[in-house]
Design a protein. Structure first.
Lengths: 354, 373
């Protein structure tokens, strides 16, 4: 009997290990928050609405991690590069005078070539420095954001809705999307039951892209990508052009990030320029890790679970904390939880990828 | 082994290695006349900034020696230093004794953080830099928890001048008026209108001597061996993990002391932001001085401070002069800081890869070295 309990214990231990202790803690924490919310007097449907809304804004940015993780390029800390392509698309679409839902489509169309070009350069660079992707990706992101800070000031934007009123030039730090593509996706098939709202359109758009990525990963090229990620030497021996596949994955990630930021903006209602994209990679990285991904393994399920968990904590902690102790510690909790998750993932041993 | 390869490359490789400093000299040469700042002002500023930053940058050298790359986790030490200063200023211990007390307080915190950081970095070999970078964010969360919530509620803080009105937590800025430039002005000396912080320079010189001495000790040699090749070092009987942890602990402690010197010159602490950029600027300055991820000397530190901060002072003015918008220069210098780090990282990784490719070559050289021994 003694050995039985021991076995039981070791099995439990194994389960915890495979699930990951930090992940378990975060899940339990969110469940605790959900239970506490009604007790401390927060309106649960409103909370759930917030979580769903924020999930729909951020989902694609998190999805952008998947291709690069699959091809063994590690976590895409260079997400800001894709975000910049998206921002270029957004601002140019407004500059050219498109309005309403059409401005969203145009923003995507204009952002695409930028994402493809920047993604190709970025991918080419990452192929040169295999093994050190993540650190360099971080700094490629930073450099490009700070370069664009200058560009937003210098580029000859004219639209009065975007430039500083007094000077008549240089883009504002935040640009309202009122009259452009605010809530274009969210308003499609919008569901409202009491306090519970569901932005169906945005979720469907996310689902569509997620499905496309999932389908892609099951094509011949997609399988090759996974092979490159899990064992590059084997992939090379099997006649796969490793560099080409990696380049493709980086371009895909960058493009998804561009689309992701546009979807984020349509929900959020504003375009944020200058230093705003700077730290946008970190929430996306920690979200996918919380969802169960590791440095070289990620699935669509990881994306969905991770985004819900991460955004759940981000939205729930402030309300519950405020109602409970009148002390807003949410920012600190968010930092510790999300960075702790990234640290945990970085210290896990991973095979291959070099 | 490495010096051999470098010698072979002669002029071309010299140019490649010093391309970053040369580029900076060029930027400064263009920007200085444009900025219209007087030479005496510039010299004054550079001397001040040298005293302010050199100690912090020197703290980066030891982990580089141990092959752990640029220690983005030096922010940890900076936070420890700030906690020390906050406590010392709350206890109203002024001037040099206050600084010394802050240093004494910071050391155990730095050691603890350094141990933690070192342990984690040992679990993430091969990705030390990104891990230490994320580590700085993680500990920043813990720091905020301590300073924003625990100070005043759990850790007693007496004076309301540094406490938030709500009764706990520290204000956004803590004035260090009682310690302001006390070390800099300890031995006053002014040459031709240039104020020289003699005492600060003496402290920095002591640290330089310490680093030179440390390199020659058994531990310093071990670190270099670990930096060259972990497996070989392990076979030679060196306790690799322990050596690496010591390197990080030393760096963190030095960064803590360096932060206190930095802040006494500034005269106040921006409680929630002083530390956050410090790692980036120090690393950028070191790289501008011609250092690389795996090789840095004391000379790089001083050259780096001069060039980087010269650019930092003149860029906004020069930018304003060219474009009529001062923000351009501001963004330009931020961009340059990041771009320098990016380029240095790329150069390091490509060099590492080409080194790997020349595996056979390396083997031959290793054999030659063995023969020499």
């Amino acid at each position: 009997m003694n050995t039985d309990t021991k076995k039981e214990k070791s099995r439990l231990k194994k389960m915890v290990e495979s699930f990951g202790l930090p992940r378990l803690l975060i899940t339990l924490f969110l469940i605790l928050l959900l239970i506490l919310a009604p007790i401390v007097g927060a309106d649960l449907p409103t909370q759930i609405t917030n979580i769903i809304a924020r999930f729909s804004w951020n989902g694609i940015l998190v999805l952008a991690m998947v291709p690069m993780v699959h091809s063994g390029c590690g976590l895409n800390f260079g997400l800001p590069l894709g975000i910049i392509s998206g921002l270029l698309g957004a601002t140019l679409s407004i500059e050219f005078g498109f309005t309403g839902a059409f401005s969203f489509i145009m923003a995507i169309l204009i952002a695409t070539p930028f994402a493809l070009v920047l993604g190709t350069i970025y991918g080419w660079l990452l192929n040169k420095i295999k093994g050190g992707e993540m650190m360099i990706a971080t700094y490629v992101g930073f450099s490009s954001v700070s370069l664009m800070c200058m560009m937003w000031l210098v580029l000859p934007y004219k639209s009065p809705n975007m430039v500083w009123g007094m000077a008549g030039k240089g883009l504002r730090t935040t640009i309202s999307l009122e009259g452009y593509y605010i809530n274009v996706l969210a308003d499609i098939l919008h569901i409202k039951i009491g306090n519970l709202e569901i932005p169906t359109g945005t979720i469907l758009f996310f689902a569509l892209l997620a499905f496309l990525i999932w389908a892609f990963l099951h094509t011949k090229t997609g399988t090759a990508m996974t092979a490159v990620g899990s064992n590059p030497t084997f992939a090379k021996a099997a006649g796969i052009n490793v560099n080409k596949i990696r380049l493709l994955s980086v371009v895909m990630s960058t493009w998804l990030a561009a689309i992701g930021i546009l979807v984020y903006e349509q929900g959020f209602g504003f375009i944020q320029l200058y230093m705003a994209p700077f730290y946008m990679a970190l929430p996306a990285v920690s979200a996918i890790l919380i969802g169960g991904a590791s440095v070289n393994k990620a699935s669509i399920t990881n994306v969905i679970i991770g985004t819900i968990l991460f955004q759940g904590i981000v939205t729930m902690t402030p309300t519950v904390m405020n109602n409970m102790v009148h002390m807003d510690m949410s920012e600190v909790i968010r930092i510790i939880a999300s960075q702790g998750m990234i640290l945990y993932a970085l210290t896990r041993k991973t095979e291959g990828s070099k | 082994m490495k010096t051999n390869a470098n010698k072979k490359g002669s002029f071309g490789s010299f140019l490649r290695r010093s391309s970053v400093p040369l580029m900076f000299i060029l930027i400064c040469a263009v920007c200085i006349p444009l900025s219209g700042l007087s030479p005496s002002y510039l010299v004054n500023e550079i001397v001040t900034r040298m005293g302010r930053n050199a100690f912090l940058i020197l703290a980066l050298l030891i982990p580089i020696m141990a092959g752990m790359g640029l220690n983005f986790g030096m922010t940890l030490g900076a936070m420890a230093g700030q906690i020390g200063l906050i406590l010392a200023s709350d206890w109203q211990i002024v001037g040099i004794p206050g600084m010394v007390l802050a240093m004494i307080l910071s050391v155990p915190i730095s050691i603890l953080l350094g141990l933690f950081c070192g342990k984690i970095l040992n679990m993430a070999k091969g990705r030390e830099m990104i891990t230490s970078y994320i580590m700085s964010f993680f500990i920043n969360g813990v720091y905020q928890l301590v300073v924003l919530y625990l100070m005043g509620s759990v850790i007693p803080i007496k004076h309301s001048s540094i406490k938030l009105p709500r009764g706990y937590g520290i204000r956004n800025t803590v004035s260090l008026l009682s310690m302001r430039q006390k070390l800099d002005n300890l031995i006053p000396l002014t040459i031709k209108g240039v104020k020289i912080p003699v005492a600060t320079f003496i402290v920095i010189a002591v640290l330089c001597v310490f680093i030179v001495w440390f390199r020659r000790t058994k531990l310093g040699q071990d670190m270099r061996a670990v930096g060259q090749d972990m497996e070989v070092a392990r076979d030679a009987g060196i306790h690799v993990e322990r050596t690496r942890i010591i390197a990080i602990v030393l760096s963190t402690v030095l960064a803590g002391i360096g932060m206190i010197i930095y802040l006494q010159n500034m005269g106040n602490i921006a409680t929630y932001s002083s530390h956050s950029q410090i790692g980036m600027f120090c690393i950028a300055a070191l790289l501008v001085g011609g250092a690389s991820v795996d090789k840095a000397s004391i000379g790089n530190v001083f050259l780096g401070v001069i060039l980087f901060h010269l650019m930092f002072i003149v860029a906004p003015r020069a930018g304003a002069a060219i474009t009529g918008d001062s923000m351009i220069g501001e963004y330009f210098r931020v961009f340059v800081s990041y771009a320098v780090i990016t380029v240095a990282l790329i150069m390091y990784e490509t060099a590492k890869r080409s080194e790997k490719k020349q595996g056979g070559e390396q083997l031959r050289q290793a054999q030659l070295e063995e023969e020499r021994k």
